[in-house]
Ligand binder design. Structure first.
Ligand code: NDP
Length: 499
């Protein structure tokens, strides 16, 4: 604290002490409070309002700042400015979280880990809102709330509930690929430093000539993938529920900076037409042999937050936060997230959440057609026109200032032609949905003892299911991936129940 700093109330009025109350006191030592005690009343009232709503999902997290460094000039595939020169550096904020459990929960519990990364580029912010798994549980966006509720607490018992978890997944079996990842060793990563992250969705790299490529993004840890076993993760959850936060915070404090290599898989739109897999179905990967990884950069974390609430809790991420050269694909779940994520931020933080320092772009922001609202903290554009097409004070646009084509802006969608029909659509499971999970089961088989651990991890959860019929349906679901897997899960689960 500097020598001339002194204690005040929030309005700046100085007070002599931070620990007194104005009371009408009696001889026995009691005291009645007075409404005129602004200091006491404001202190209590502010405390009652210290929380903003906890995220419904992704509540427990750690975050840090760092930088992305472009590996090469990528202007052959994107006009994105942060990728147009080898060695170009862009500041980054990363927030990694579990999904289902609350903010106070154990961060080593088996769960998908969310990866929310904000790049403060020289053409505005770009958010990559990924997971540590390359696929997802659903591909129909309306199932998003149902899936998440089934992974959280039961509405009656308020307990995590294996019955509703497995009931959801038997009824919505397209998640089988993701379930296999979740119950593999990668479901319990040994801290944030040792996990990979994946875009999951297909995105697009666009160019100023209006052309585009489909891409999937992979971020691979340079520390190597390391995981806990189920037993280790459970033990640490009891002993140190904040293990993963501590691990990364302390590594950055001792300047042992974690880093990730960043790759893209690149697909021409003509290849997507007849590809073996629907590239807008996020339960599927693009096999590496079909689309090899191309390195585009490296991301390194170098600084812990100064204040967790200001820097991380108030941070808001959304796949709709995009820069020229980067664009959304027609993946229906991604399309829904483009709406749902900023909507959650408006509810959780407020309509002017982009003005908070941790969310604010590091480039000039001039957005005079979004005005007013709660907690406006800039000048609100003074007397500038708050309506479009003013002749009194015309607005300039990026293409005319920079002398480029309007197509250089990613959010312009002239590069795609659409012919389709409006239809009520729900996806249906087919045998094809079990091909990639079966390939993963083989990948897991390359690692000695890993298949056995997957079987035991599954048995440890399925044993909690009360209904024998539901248990049989779960065994059948895994049996469709691989008959031996289904039989082993049945045997291990029934043995665990008898114990
Ligand atoms: P490859 O043999 O080229 O790749 C297999 C990949 O599996 C590895 O590169 C590794 O991804 C990943 N992997 C290893 N263990 C696990 C695990 N326990 N959980 C999740 N992923 C794991 O084969 P293909 O590309 O043909 O894919 C075969 C299967 O591998 C897929 O069906 C999919 O389940 C899985 N996979 C594929 C990815 C892809 O983008 N093609 C990405 C991740 C998994 P990494 O190198 O990223 O660590």
């Amino acid at each position: 604290m500097s020598a001339d700093k002194y204690y005040t109330l929030a309005e700046g009025c100085p007070f002599a002490s931070s620990s007194t109350a104005v009371l009408m006191r009696n001889r026995q030592g009691g005291g009645l409070g007075l409404l005129q005690d602004t200091q006491l009343i404001e202190t209590l009232a502010h405390f009652s309002r210290e929380r903003i709503p906890e995220r419904v999902v992704h509540a427990k997290a750690i975050g840090a700042y760092g930088e992305f460094e472009a590996e090469a000039d990528c202007s052959d595939i994107t006009s994105a400015s942060f990728l147009n020169k080898a060695g170009k550096k862009t500041p980054v904020l990363l927030r990694v979280s579990t999904v289902g459990p609350e903010s106070g929960s154990a961060d080593t519990s088996r769960d998908v880990h969310g990866w929310a990364m904000k790049m403060y580029t020289d053409e505005g912010n770009l958010d990559w809102v990924f997971n540590n798994t390359p696929v997802f549980f659903i591909r129909d966006p309306i199932k998003f709330p149902s899936m998440n509720r089934s992974h959280k607490r039961h509405p009656r018992s308020h307990l995590p509930d294996a019955n509703m978890f497995w009931d959801f997944h038997v009824g919505n079996p397209e998640g089988i690929h993701q379930l296999l990842v979740l119950f593999s060793d990668r479901g319990t990563p040994k801290s944030v430093r040792y996990l990979n992250s994946y875009s999951g969705h297909t995105y697009k790299f666009t160019k100023e000539d209006g052309s585009f490529k489909y891409i999937k993004i992979h971020m691979k840890t340079r520390q190597g993938v390391k995981n806990f076993t189920r037993e280790e993760a459970t033990k640490i959850a009891g002993e140190d529920p904040d293990y993963m936060i501590r691990d990364m915070f302390e590594a950055i404090e001792r300047q042992d900076y974690p880093s990730w290599d960043v790759f893209v898989q690149v697909m021409d739109p003509s290849e997507a037409e007849n590809y073996r897999w629907n590239i807008f179905d996020m339960t599927k990967v693009w096999p590496h042999t079909d689309f090899p990884l191309r390195k585009i950069g490296k991301m390194t974390l170098t600084r812990n937050p100064n204040n967790y609430f200001a820097d991380i809790e108030q941070a808001a991420f959304s796949p709709s936060t995009m820069v020229p050269g980067f664009s959304a694909s027609a993946d229906p779940v991604l399309q829904a997230r483009l709406f749902a994520y900023p909507d959650a931020a408006r509810y959780r933080i407020g309509v002017n959440y982009q003005q908070l320092p941790t969310n604010a772009a590091k480039v000039q922001v001039y957005c005079p057609f979004e005005r007013d609202g709660k907690m406006r903290s800039d000048g609100n554009y003074g007397g500038d026109p708050n309506y479009v097409n003013s002749s009194l004070q015309p607005t300039k646009f990026y293409p005319e200032v920079k002398g480029v084509s309007p197509k250089s802006l990613a959010l312009h969608t002239e590069h795609e032609k659409w012919v389709g029909e409006v239809t009520s659509y729900t996806s249906h499971i087919t045998d094809d949905d079990f091909v990639q999970p079966a390939a993963l089961w083989d990948v897991i088989g390359r690692d000695p003892g890993h298949q056995e651990r997957v079987v035991e991890n599954l048995a440890g959860s399925i044993r909690e299911v009360k209904s024998p019929n539901l248990r049989n349906e779960v065994y059948a679901l895994f049996g469709r991936v691989n008959q031996d897997l289904g039989a082993r899960v049945r045997k291990a689960t029934e043995a665990a129940i008898k114990k």
